[in-house]
Write a new protein. Structure first.
Ligand SMILES: *Cc1c(COP(=O)(O)O)cnc(C)c1O
Length: 390
């Protein structure tokens, strides 16, 4: 077996696409330990800095004392506790939807939504840069599956006009995970209304970060619940814990409970994680300073990069990629930065399209302006010496 598998690994290595895990030795925060080295990290999706918050951690410890560690069964057998139930009620209020349903991860939520809502007679339309889990869910559903160019609602409209399928689903990230730009939900929802399509929005990177109280892309759009009927959020990013939720109508949630195999056939999230998330959900809404500071860091980073002659993608979110192009160069720069004690991940195909390898800088509310200055000055230096050497 190993000799049959080795060739594909070797090919990946040749293409500069081989991936390796870095073993971190400390909590999720800007100053981290990587082996024996201290690094200043800009790789985390913990946008509000809640993953290591002591109040969230204390809720998890208290939850473990009360409920133990594992939920012991799936939600539909005996694994659904009042911790899960309360969190679902609170997420429904937070999103302004009738109900919310917890999943064990965002990946599973997306598989569950796509397979429960679409089947062989249906058509699913995807933005080309949607998250892999949405694409995998669409493939698994067996629906006819088409991708439209990134953010191109005119192309989507042409596809919808010629579509004969019974159900049509339009599926999009709210904030695109590797680019940081945002879908035009107002335009998409108008198109969906016009062509009787259902709009599914995965706002993994919008919830907590965008909107006055962290209500995400949906809150910013100002659209009503029936115009955005299927909302997906993950809890492992701005909420700092783990898991995911789908929010929508009572009928949608009952449909997912009955038909989502990735909901039915898996062990429930540990109740202590639900308890921790209840606290982080309250903090997300109460601590506006986290969003305000984050916005200040984003503006500062963009202005400093522009002043230093580095070009950024058009993003107003904490995801601030520097487009490099060649995968080998992106890795070289990431490695050179790490030698200077700054950690920024190189993102390569197949996570992003061929020829669009990038450094994905992410900012969090626990970074300081001085740390952003250090990032920009190291970036500039490393990019200049790389240009000089190649
Ligand atoms: C991270 C992410 C997911 C997956 O969520 P997990 O809880 O990490 O499995 C889904 N969609 C998008 C857009 C994401 O960025």
């Amino acid at each position: 077996m190993d000799s049959a598998l080795r060739q594909a690994l070797e090919d990946r290595r040749q293409q500069q696409l081989y991936r390796q895990r870095q073993v971190m030795h400390s909590a999720q925060q800007p100053q981290r330990r990587l082996g024996n080295e201290a690094v200043l990290s800009f790789c985390s999706n913990d946008y509000l800095g809640l993953a290591a918050d002591s109040r969230v951690a204390a809720a998890m410890i208290e939850g473990a004392r009360h409920y133990g560690v594992g939920s012991g069964a799936s939600h539909l057998t005996a694994g659904h506790t009042d911790a899960h139930h309360q969190l679902e009620l609170e997420l429904a209020v937070f999103t302004g939807r009738q109900r919310a349903l917890l999943f064990s991860s965002g990946y599973m939520a997306n598989l569950g939504v796509m397979t429960a809502l679409a089947g062989r007679r249906d058509a699913v339309f995807h933005d080309r840069l949607n998250h892999a889990s949405l694409l995998d869910g669409a493939l698994l559903s067996g629906a006819r599956f088409r991708r439209y160019p990134h953010l191109d609602t005119a192309s989507l409209e042409r596809m919808l006009q010629t579509c004969q399928s019974q159900r049509r689903l339009v599926v999009t990230d709210g904030v695109f995970s590797m680019d940081g730009d945002q879908a035009d939900l107002v335009a998409l929802s108008a198109l969906c209304q016009q062509h009787q399509a259902w709009l599914v929005v995965d706002d993994a990177h919008g919830f907590g970060v965008l909107g006055a109280k962290g209500g995400g892309s949906a809150a910013v759009s100002g659209l009503a619940a029936d115009q955005l009927p299927v909302l997906i959020g993950t809890l492992g990013k701005a909420f700092g814990t783990a898991g995911a939720f789908v929010a929508g109508s009572d009928v949608l949630i009952e449909t997912l409970i009955q038909f989502s195999r990735s909901y039915i056939y898996t062990t429930g999230l540990p109740p202590a994680v639900a308890e921790a998330t209840r606290v982080s959900l309250a903090l997300v809404q109460q601590e506006d300073w986290r969003r305000q500071h984050l916005q200040q860091l984003i503006q500062h980073f963009r202005q400093s990069c522009t002043a230093a002659g580095m070009s950024l993608l058009p993003s107003e979110t904490p995801i601030q990629p520097l487009l490099i192009g060649c995968a080998g160069k992106a890795v070289r720069i990431s490695e050179a930065l790490l030698l200077q004690g700054v950690q920024v991940t190189a993102i390569r195909p197949p996570t992003v399209p061929a020829g669009s390898a990038r450094l994905r800088v992410t900012l969090t509310a626990t970074h300081t302006l001085e740390q952003v200055d250090r990032l920009v000055s190291n970036l500039k230096q490393v990019m200049e010496s790389d240009d000089a050497a190649h």
